[in-house]
Write a protein that binds this ligand. Structure first.
Ligand SMILES: *[C@@H]1O[C@H](CO)[C@@H](O)[C@H](O)[C@H]1NC(C)=O
Length: 345
C-alpha cells in the first residue's frame, strides 16, 4: 500500500537506482567473474526475466562498443527488447557497464547496468547498480519485480553458475575418492598449474590407474557400456548420433573429453605441443553428454575418454585404444597423420 502511494506521488522524472551486492568465494577471480557477466549468452541463464539475447558475438565477453539485444518479459504475451551497448569494460579493475539510452520504448529510458568487482584475500565482491528513467508507471510497477529478479540472479543463480567446478567429483567412481582424499588433506585442492580434476599422475602410461583403466576397458567393456547407457537414460539415438557425426566430420582432429579427466588433459597437452589445431567437446559440460558418451561406446566399443578422432577416424584414447594418441606418437606416426589431415600447417 505504501508502495502504491509512493508510486502515485513519485514524479516520473526521478531516476531509479537498484543496488544488489554479493560476496563470492575468492577462488572465483575478478577476471573470471567479469568475463562471465560480460558474456551476454550467460544472462538468460541467471536472470529469470531474461529470455534470450541476440547479437553477432553473444558467446564471448562483449568489448566496449559492442551491442546486444536482450529479449525479456513474457514473450509472446509481452515481448520486451532492449539494445545494450557496452560502454566500459576493464577486467583487471573489475568494471563493466552496459547502457541503453532508448531503453524500453514507452516504459523506461537511459537504462544502465553498472557492475563493480572488488577482490580481497577472502572474497570477491560484486555490486550491480541498475538504473533507469521511468517514462511510464509500468516502470514503477516493475521495480519490485526487477529488484527480486536482480537479487535472485546475483545471490542464487550466479554463484552456482561460476563456482569453480568440483571436478574431482565428476567420475562416478574416482570422483568421490578424490573428493574424500582432498577433504582428508591427502591430495591438494589443486595442482601447481591450477588443475582441479583427478590427479594428473593417473594418466602416466605406466600408472596403476592407467593399467586399471585399460584392464576395465578390455575385460569390463560391456559392463561400462551398460553403465553408460543407464546414465544416459532414454535418448534420441538418431539425433545424438547425428551430433557425433557432425562433430567428427567437422574437425580434422576431434576430442570427446571430460574436463576433470587427466588422460584428456594429457591428450590436449600432447596435441598442443605438436602445434595441432583440434576441437574439444567436453561431455561433462554438455546437456547431452551422457547420451553422447553412450553413443560413442556403441560406435567404438569404448566408453572411456578421451575419445580421439583424426580425419574422421577413431584412434582410441590417450595411452591405449586403437592405437591411442600416445602410442601413435611414440611410433612417430602422429605428426605425419596430423599433417595429412591439415591439423598442422
Ligand atoms: C569496492 O571498493 C570501493 C573502495 O573501497 C568501495 O567504495 C566499493 O563499495 C567496493 N565495491 C564492492 C562491490 O565491494
Amino acid at each position: 500500500m505504501g508502495y502504491l502511494i509512493a508510486m502515485a506521488v513519485l514524479p516520473l522524472t526521478t531516476a531509479i537506482t537498484l543496488s544488489t551486492r554479493i560476496g563470492l568465494p575468492s577462488a572465483i577471480t575478478r577476471a573470471a567473474l567479469h568475463d562471465y557477466l560480460a558474456t551476454p549468452a550467460h544472462w538468460p541463464k541467471i536472470v529469470l526475466s531474461s529470455v534470450a539475447v541476440r547479437g553477432e558475438a553473444v558467446d564471448a565477453p562483449l568489448g566496449v562498443g559492442g551491442s546486444v539485444d536482450e529479449i525479456f518479459g513474457l514473450p509472446p504475451v509481452l515481448p520486451l527488447e532492449v539494445r545494450w551497448t557496452c560502454t566500459a569494460s576493464d577486467r583487471d579493475r573489475g568494471l563493466l557497464i552496459f547502457e541503453s539510452r532508448s531503453g524500453l520504448s514507452g516504459i523506461a529510458e537511459n537504462c544502465k547496468m553498472d557492475f563493480r568487482i572488488n577482490t580481497s584475500q577472502d572474497s570477491t565482491d560484486l555490486e550491480l547498480k541498475m538504473s533507469f528513467d521511468p517514462v511510464s508507471p509500468i516502470a514503477l510497477l516493475a521495480t519490485p519485480v526487477l529488484m527480486l529478479d536482480n537479487a535472485l540472479a546475483l545471490k542464487f543463480f550466479l554463484p552456482r553458475a561460476v563456482r569453480p567446478s568440483t571436478l574431482g567429483t565428476m567420475d562416478p567412481i574416482a570422483g568421490p575418492l578424490v573428493a574424500a582424499a582432498r577433504r582428508l588433506g591427502l591430495l591438494p585442492e589443486a595442482e601447481g598449474d591450477g588443475w582441479r580434476g583427478e590427479p594428473s599422475a593417473w594418466a602416466e602410461a605406466d600408472s596403476l590407474t592407467q593399467r586399471l583403466s585399460a584392464f576395465s576397458q578390455r575385460r569390463l567393456g560391456s559392463l561400462k557400456q551398460w553403465l553408460a547407457e543407464r546414465a544416459a537414460g532414454e535418448y534420441d539415438v538418431a539425433a545424438v548420433d547425428a551430433r557425433l557425426e557432425a562433430a567428427i566430420a567437422g574437425s580434422s582432429v576431434m576430442l570427446f573429453s571430460f574436463t576433470s579427466c587427466p588422460f584428456c588433459k594429457k591428450a590436449k597437452a600432447l596435441l598442443t605441443a605438436k602445434g595441432a589445431a583440434f576441437s574439444v567437446l567436453e561431455l561433462d559440460e554438455d546437456a547431452d553428454g551422457a547420451a553422447l558418451r553412450a553413443q560413442l561406446g556403441r560406435r567404438t566399443g569404448r566408453t572411456s575418454v578421451p575419445s580421439v578422432w583424426i580425419g574422421g577416424e577413431y584412434v582410441g584414447g590417450m595411452n591405449d585404444g586403437v592405437p591411442g594418441l600416445g602410442p601413435l606418437d611414440t611410433a612417430g606416426l602422429l605428426a605425419p597423420r596430423l599433417k595429412e589431415v591439415g591439423a598442422i600447417a
